[in-house]
Design a protein around this ligand. Structure first.
Ligand SMILES: Nc1nc2c(ncn2[C@@H]2O[C@H](COP(=O)(O)OP(=O)(O)O)[C@@H](O)[C@H]2O)c(=O)[nH]1
Ligand SMILES: [Mg+2]
Length: 147
């Protein structure tokens, strides 16, 4: 049994995904530090937004089996570094959240390109609030972390 670690800019939907994966009530809470859930590790957005904190992400990811880089297509900047996958010796997947909030397909394509440049193995497009793509995503996560 292992965990997935979620990384991504502030507000991209990491904590909501953690709560859903742990079947907890969804309630907004600003993540100020690394938080451990049953199946997930939540990280503050600042760890990705500020290069000085990359080391904290790398150290925290040691305890995870799978890494997810989350991109918010409604945000101007997602702070996704090219070749980010090479930083970790484990699989990195990409998750695009809030797809139901976006009308402009180019916004989705833009984050898709940056996730590919980061080196993700797969990209999932979801809307956590409207429950789009969540079953497929969670099935994949469980397949990877439960073995
Ligand atoms: N519509 C929609 N809102 C979302 C989605 N994911 C997160 N949110 C909202 O975005 C805000 C920030 O989410 P949160 O999980 O706290 O982001 P974090 O900073 O990455 O932990 C909250 O108000 C969530 O309800 C999504 O897929 N769709
Ligand atoms: Mg959070």
């Amino acid at each position: 049994m292992g965990k997935i670690i979620f990384m991504g800019r502030t507000g991209c939907g990491k904590t909501t995904l953690c709560q859903k994966l742990s079947q907890l009530e969804i309630r907004y809470k600003k993540t100020q530090a690394v938080e451990l859930y049953d199946k997930a590790i939540d990280t503050p957005g600042e760890y990705l937004e500020n290069r000085n904190y990359y080391r904290a992400l790398i150290n925290t990811a040691v305890d995870a089996k799978l890494i997810a880089l989350i991109a918010d297509p409604t945000a101007y900047d997602n702070f996704i570094p090219p070749a980010f996958a090479g930083t970790f010796a484990k699989e990195l997947i990409g998750i695009i959240t809030k797809i139901n909030l976006v009308n402009d397909q180019e916004a989705i394509s833009k984050v898709e390109r940056s996730l590919k440049e980061a080196g993700v193995t797969r990209i999932f497009k979801v809307d956590t609030i409207d429950e789009i793509g969540i079953d497929e995503l969670f099935a994949y996560i469980h397949e990877k972390i439960d073995s």
